[in-house]
Design a protein around this ligand. Sequence first.
Ligand code: CA
Length: 225
Amino acid sequence: MRVLLIEDTHDVGEAICRRFQQTGHTVDWETDGAAASDILGFTEYDLVILDVMLPGMDGFSILKKLRQAKSGVPVLVLTARSEIDDRVTALDHGADDYLVKPFDFRELEARARVLVRRRSGGDATNLIVCGDISLDRANRNVMVGKREIQLKRREIALLEILASRPGKVFSKEELLDQLFGFDDAAGANAIELYIGRLRKKLDGARARIVTLRGSGYQLISDDGT
Ligand code: CA
């Protein structure tokens, strides 16, 4: 998933970035509220992690503006204080969830997964299945039938995108956006490379990645699931 993290406290921001990147997610990290709000106007994210007290523009104003623009992106607010007021304000402004600092990073990851899952069709589990391929979003492992296959983290992230909506055609640009953040200089040929590697590793599975010339890629199962 592609995450926008808006947090001005350096060590907190760095720790969140590291945790999410370790599991193959793409994180764009902004420390200024106004700059982050601008980015949200032209970039699609799967999740926004939002601090409240920020330079430039505060978290609640960012959230309000986002919801006024009819964006449905899941937002998880990090509140520094334990006062109930902040939590109520966050939810009233359209936050999907909140965490009170200091928090456990495992809890942040778990809640992030729930929000993304809820948005991608409301699955009740962390398991994505297509044909005999299953991907566990929490443990980041991939099975083909009963055999676990070894994938690099970006390969898992790519499979996660394709398998979350089997049959949907994803353009190279969409995949690039979701797999790489602003800081990674990757081109369309990087996608071809990852697709090639993933296809090789999924060889023999009852689902395959189909290339549609000029439009993109889709994951199709052999048994119509
Ligand atoms: Ca702050």
